[in-house]
Design a protein around this ligand. Structure first.
Ligand SMILES: NC(=O)c1ccc[n+]([C@@H]2O[C@H](COP(=O)([O-])OP(=O)(O)OC[C@H]3O[C@@H](n4cnc5c(N)ncnc54)[C@H](O)[C@@H]3O)[C@@H](O)[C@H]2O)c1
Length: 342
């Protein structure tokens, strides 16, 4: 079936994040945001005010039944994603679903398989994959700018929005898990996680996750919903250069340090390791300022039109969920290393 000139799109869920996705869908000239559905009357009113030409509905069933809708954006709570995606795909719609794809690996795999079976595009809103920063990281690693990658160290904190159906791993650490999956295209050998619920009755709001890879790469992720500091900091060190990515430093988000150590024949200073230090230039690459969600919408449109695979594909969403699930298993066993399953 030829893809239509303008792709008619419906969005299910118009809460905090849905506002951003709808704004970017409406701004894409190839998409027509024709329908918005939310169970909350307050959020339907907000949607109607922001998107006066879209039909506003309370019941998702009407979205699936409407043959004029080509694609659906799903921005509801995580526990509803798998079922809404299943119904949308079975109704013949292409789907863009925000993270996590589902709350279990089995559900994620079932949705990805269903999309493949029906020949529908399935794009997971792993937003960071569409940032200029991650595009740069991917190219820098492919060029070998850092040498052999040694570690990826991330701190992602703030006063986060506590969720009732997912914890800090599914909600916040998943950003780094998706970035790692995208950058290194490899599943970790082991995942060790410590997660803590700081308030009785609320989901875990703090996690420290360590991922080890077969060639020696180690990743460490610290994620908190309960911090006075909003931090979005990643350091990637290679044996040639090191790179710091601070997403709050607008205009110089990435800095590359020509720094490192070199082995010497023998210790330069008695009692110290046989290394010399290099503290070279710091360079700041120009990244551009494309909004990630605009790039994501453009990828969605291109994939619907050509049948190509999205950067954040259903299959990558399943691999991300496999890593998330291993982190949950490890945390349940007091941090014992867990292998990837499923
Ligand atoms: N990529 C990112 O950086 C990012 C950031 C924030 C949230 N998110 C994701 O977006 C999703 C939503 O999070 P949020 O913070 O916007 O939550 P939210 O609670 O603000 O919004 C969810 C909306 O879905 C509606 N809803 C719930 N069930 C529904 C149903 N069955 N049919 C129709 N509407 C329904 C709710 O009424 C609400 O308006 C989550 O999966 C979250 O992980 C992604």
């Amino acid at each position: 079936m030829a893809a239509p000139e303008t792709i008619s799109i419906a969005q299910i869920g118009y809460g905090y994040w849905g506002t951003n996705l709808a704004r970017n869908a409406a701004a894409n000239p190839s998409l027509s945001l024709d329908l918005i559905c939310d169970v909350s009357a307050e959020n339907r009113a907000r949607a109607a005010a922001a998107h006066p030409t879209a039909r506003i509905l309370a019941d998702g069933a009407e979205v699936f039944a409407d043959a004029t809708i080509d694609a659906v954006i799903v921005v509801t709570p995580a526990s509803t994603h798998a079922e809404i995606c299943r119904r949308a795909i079975e109704a013949g719609k292409h789907v863009l679903v925000t993270k996590p794809l589902a709350t279990t690996v089995a559900d994620a795999a079932a949705v990805a398989a269903l999309a493949a079976q029906h020949g529908r595009t399935l794009l997971i809103d792993h937003t960071f994959l569409y940032t200029p920063a991650v595009a740069f990281l991917k190219q820098a690693l492919a060029r070998g700018d850092l040498g052999k990658p040694l570690y990826y160290d991330s701190v992602r904190t703030g006063l986060g929005i506590f969720k009732s159906d997912v914890n800090i791993v599914d909600d916040l650490a998943i950003h780094d898990i998706a970035i790692l999956e995208h950058l290194f295209e490899e599943l970790p050998a082991t995942v060790s996680a410590t997660a803590a619920a700081s308030f009785n009755g609320l989901r875990e709001s703090l996690a420290y996750i360590t991922l080890t890879y077969r060639d020696g790469l180690v990743a460490h992720l610290a994620a908190h919903w309960l911090s006075p500091l909003k931090q979005r900091q990643v350091v990637i060190a290679g044996d040639a250069r090191m790179l710091a990515w601070d997403d709050s430093r607008v205009g110089e988000r990435i800095r590359i340090f020509d720094s490192g150590i070199t082995r010497t024949e023998s210790a330069v200073v008695p009692g110290r390791a046989d290394v010399t230090y290099r503290n070279g230039e710091v360079t700041v690459p120009a990244l551009g300022d494309t909004e990630a969600l605009a790039a994501e919408m453009a990828d969605f449109v291109a994939c619907i039109r050509t049948g190509s695979t999205p950067r954040a594909s259903g299959q990558s969403g399943v691999r991300v969920m496999q890593i998330v699930a291993a982190a949950h298993r490890s945390a349940a066993q007091g941090g014992a290393p867990a292998a990837i399953e499923g």
